[in-house]
Design a binder for this molecule. Structure first.
Ligand SMILES: C[S@@+](CC[C@H](N)C(=O)[O-])C[C@H]1O[C@@H](n2cnc3c(N)ncnc32)[C@H](O)[C@@H]1O
Length: 215
């Protein structure tokens, strides 16, 4: 590969190849870029949607849903898969209300179930099992959340976790803050478990995609 091809230019190229989104999703994207709110963005969102369609997911749980951008991609997949539930979980009431407005406008009123609270506790109280779990909470909580997720995902289900790169900090051995340590610890847990086949996909800030192969 041409070594002058930067990571950012590849991301820009990927973005050019994502299908058009409904106007409401573009509004959500514009809001994120103006307010610097960390949504997964269209390339990762579209990939999550594709995975959810491929495994015919009808029961999805999200940890850390913000104002519902990633939720919109999963809800679209679940609706097209014939209907089901996407659990939207965030600890901030305003974000939950904002998500409800966007997601209802997108036509997902009957698909999305809203929870305001800490995401790992919410999963412990709503154990599924799920076809797909998406994790985007605070990174220092990744190891703890992984242990709960392992109990709540179906055989043949998929776990997707955002921010495997942490803006490149993860590959610098000298960085040892709580987020970096959280991601490193979770990766150790998944690699040491015989229950998963996993890969890190270099889209945006890095997505872990893990397939549950045994109980
Ligand atoms: C990175 S943003 C999520 C964006 C969303 N997944 C998207 O791509 O559109 C994470 C959100 O989850 C919230 N959050 C972080 N840790 C949480 C936790 N443990 N429980 C509940 N919400 C959490 C944050 O406050 C923030 O609103």
């Amino acid at each position: 590969m041409n070594n002058k091809l930067s990571f950012q230019s590849i991301q820009n190229y990927l973005q050019q190849h994502v299908d058009e989104r409904p106007r409401e999703m573009q509004i959500m994207e514009d809001y994120a870029s103006k307010r610097k709110f960390p949504i997964i963005g269209p390339v990762a969102g579209s990939y999550c949607y594709q995975i959810a369609r491929m495994i015919r997911a009808t029961n999805v749980f999200e940890l850390g849903s913000g104002y519902g951008y990633s939720t919109a991609w999963f809800a679209r997949a679940v609706k097209e898969n014939g209907g089901g539930t996407v659990h939207h979980v965030v600890w901030d009431t305003d974000l939950s209300n904002k998500a409800k407005i966007h997601l209802e406008r997108l036509g997902y009123k009957d698909i999305v179930k809203y929870h305001v609270g800490e995401a790992i506790d919410t999963l412990e109280n709503n154990r599924g099992p799920y076809d797909l779990i998406f994790n985007d909470i605070e990174k220092d909580s990744y190891p703890l959340s992984f242990q709960v997720i392992e109990q709540c995902i179906k055989l043949g289900g998929v776990l997707i976790v955002d921010n495997m790169f942490l803006n490149g900090r993860i590959i610098n051995d000298e960085v040892q803050d709580a987020s970096v340590e959280g991601v490193r610890e979770m990766l150790k847990l998944i690699h040491n478990s015989h229950k998963w086949i996993s890969s890190i996909v270099p889209i945006r800030d890095g997505l872990l995609v893990a397939y549950r192969i045994c109980s």
